[in-house]
Write a protein that binds this ligand. Structure first.
Ligand SMILES: [Zn+2]
Ligand SMILES: [Zn+2]
Length: 402
């Protein structure tokens, strides 16, 4: 183990109680997407306390800070944490339970934020020992469209200085604490919301010849759209089309005037994402029209798909293996959920990895976005040190020419 790595591990250990305290403070005081005012103040105050000069108010509640090592212009690595909580009533009976009814850090963003505060502290203490610049990105609203990441990018977070790479992490309640997971290439899905209104002419169910039945039209549309997945999609290209809402507000003998349908379209290829949407719209409108009605097909675009830059991910993984031991670094499966870190991954080499937070013996097994989600807090000592080591290793990456 290198001397620097030993130093990082010692610093991570020394400050772990403080970082757990940060996490508990944030967990008790969760704020919803785009409303992270107190959280942003807290983050900025801590960054100031360790000697940094945070920039506040980026994309509303985002906070950005810079740590310059020796030769700061050599290379820039961006580290990202999201800060928002979810509209969920916490059901855990813990001393740090949410004090805000109906709001809970159920996706671990309190963990990401406190962890990046710890990493900031370590890197700032070691700034004489590395060359280059670290950009700390605390972003709002991962959970809500259009996503804090997209707004921060619009406000220039990837410029001045421009990161050569972005690194982010997410808690993983399915991975035991002490392990982390990586995946090269496509990892998480793009997410688009679909809102269909199928219109016909309702009336007495006993006289279908006098009506234009939107229930039958909508049923055909639902079935036909799945064929885009089975017939038009390249089978090597993962995609999901799911409809979770189908409202035909008639009764046994009354056919309604219209049917509303809502669904989600997810894939891992931006071209196919757009092409699939175009096909769906055409097919739904065409079916409705052929049956004598009409279909309004509304799309609300969400996040792009998340791609982990292969070479960067290989380098980061190898640094992580060095820090954690090969037995603690695992492969991740594709995951068809969305994540707004994807916006960074579309414009700059990016790596998003998973931090194990599960502890079966202690019953810490609940999934993210559930009222009983929690973590094994020993993950924080690992994550603060690990991200520091990954950042310094990436700054020192030999293949880079300034
Ligand atoms: Zn989430
Ligand atoms: Zn999340």
């Amino acid at each position: 183990m290198s001397q620097l790595q030993e130093k990082i591990k010692a610093l991570a250990k020394d400050q772990s109680a403080d970082i757990i305290a940060h996490r508990r403070h944030l967990h008790s005081n969760p704020e919803l997407s785009f409303e992270e005012y107190k959280t942003a103040k807290y983050v900025a105050a801590e960054l100031t306390a360790i000697g940094l000069q945070p920039e506040e108010g980026v994309a509303g509640t985002g906070v950005v800070a810079i740590i310059e090592g020796r030769n700061p212009g050599k290379r820039v690595v961006g580290l990202r944490a999201d800060m928002d909580a979810l509209p969920i009533f916490e059901a855990n009976d813990v001393p740090y339970k949410s004090t805000v009814p109906g709001v809970m850090h159920a996706c671990g963003h309190d963990v990401h934020t406190s962890s990046l505060l710890g990493t900031a502290r370590i890197l700032n203490q070691l700034k004489e020992e590395f060359e280059g610049t670290i950009k700390l990105v605390f972003q709002p609203a991962e959970e809500k469209a259009p996503g804090g990441a997209s707004l921060m990018i619009k406000e220039g977070v990837l410029e001045n200085p421009k990161p050569a790479s972005m690194v982010g992490q997410h808690v993983a309640p399915n991975i035991p604490v002490g392990k982390i997971g990586f995946r090269e290439g496509m990892y998480m899905a793009s997410t688009d919301e679909l809102y269909l209104t199928v219109k016909g002419k309702g009336g007495h169910a006993a006289a279908p010849h006098q009506l234009v039945d939107p229930v039958l039209m909508a049923s055909h549309i639902i079935v036909a759209l799945q064929q885009i997945i089975s017939r038009n999609r390249n089978p090597a290209n993962p995609a999901v089309l799911s409809f979770g809402r189908f409202i035909a507000d008639g009764v046994t003998n009354v056919i309604p005037n219209e049917v509303t349908i809502q669904g989600t379209w997810r894939c891992m290829d931006e071209e196919w994402r757009a092409d699939g949407l175009k096909r769906m719209k055409k097919m739904a409108e065409g079916i409705a029209e052929a049956m004598g009605g009409s279909c309004e097909f509304e799309i609300v675009h969400g996040y792009p798909f998340l791609k982990n830059h292969p070479e960067l991910t290989r380098r980061v993984r190898s640094s992580a293996t060095d820090y954690m031991g090969a037995e603690n670094v695992i492969d991740l499966d594709l995951w068809m959920a969305g994540e707004d870190f994807a916006f960074y991954s579309q414009v700059v080499d990016s790596c998003f990895y998973r931090l194990g937070t599960r502890n079966e013996e202690r019953g810490i097994i609940s999934g993210v976005h559930t009222p009983t989600f929690d973590i094994d807090e020993s993950a924080l000592e690992i994550s603060t040190g690990l991200m520091s080591w990954l950042a310094i290793s990436e700054l020192g990456h030999a293949g880079y020419s300034a």
